[in-house]
Design a protein around this ligand. Structure first.
Ligand SMILES: CC(C)(COP(=O)(O)OP(=O)(O)OC[C@H]1O[C@@H](n2cnc3c(N)ncnc32)[C@H](O)[C@@H]1OP(=O)(O)O)[C@@H](O)C(=O)NCCC(=O)NCCS
Length: 184
């Protein structure tokens, strides 16, 4: 099965293609994106976007991860990335995302995440989706709250970032708590 494309009012969520690599490097290469994520290198190495994009079909085919390019309908601009990692079929997955700095604060991440939760509970039939953010990144926490996720706890000093120990806030949502009809 090929990875589907999802649609919201303002956004298309589609698989990445190699033609996106330049935009990924430009947007994800910003310090502000690396600063509050765990897997994005900084400086962003030449060619790393291509390597990352090339991995997606295999990870999707193996049922381990699904990654969507977030594209704005109005002008076709690639504005970010969103997806599910650590997928445990029939059980749960972790939601992760970044949106390029020029596009922050317009509700794009929340809108994209609604579609991905719909996909997780509807298409994949998962029972739970969780997400984690650095304590010092309240904007991401706000996205999780707007999605109706429940704050489940704090993983204290759980990761090392830029050589410092960081607390992670953990949010989760169960299938029976998901209300797609309440989509904004
Ligand atoms: C986190 C991120 C994805 C949010 O994307 P976005 O498209 O701006 O998100 P939205 O517009 O849907 O929602 C952001 C919310 O955070 C709020 N917010 C922004 N800065 C905030 C702050 N410092 N404190 C509290 N809330 C804040 C916004 O006001 C908005 O809430 P509102 O709609 O109630 O006003 C984006 O900032 C980003 O990519 N950051 C870097 C990478 C990252 O941190 N990824 C997540 C890792 S867990």
């Amino acid at each position: 099965m090929n990875q589907p494309t999802l649609e919201t009012k303002r956004l298309i969520l589609r698989p990445f293609s190699l033609a996106d690599a330049h935009d990924v490097q430009r947007l994800a290469g910003a310090w502000a994106i690396a600063d509050t994520t765990t897997g994005i290198p900084h400086p962003y190495p030449e060619g790393a976007a291509e390597v990352w994009i090339r991995e997606h079909p295999r990870l999707f085919a193996e049922g381990r991860e699904v990654t969507f390019a977030i594209v704005r309908k109005s002008d076709g601009a690639l504005i970010g990335s969103i997806g599910l990692v650590n997928i445990s079929p029939g059980h749960q997955a972790e939601l992760g995302y970044w949106v390029g700095e020029p596009f922050w604060g317009q509700g794009y991440c929340t809108e994209a995440a609604w579609a991905v939760l719909d996909y997780a509970f509807g298409t994949l039939g998962l029972a739970r989706v969780y997400a984690r953010h650095f304590r010092r990144n309240p904007a991401s926490g706000r996205v999780m709250q707007k999605l109706g996720m429940t704050h489940e706890g704090c993983l204290r000093r759980h990761v090392v970032k830029w050589g410092k120990l960081e607390d992670l806030e953990l949010y989760g949502i169960l299938r029976e708590e998901w209300r797609p009809v309440a989509r904004p």
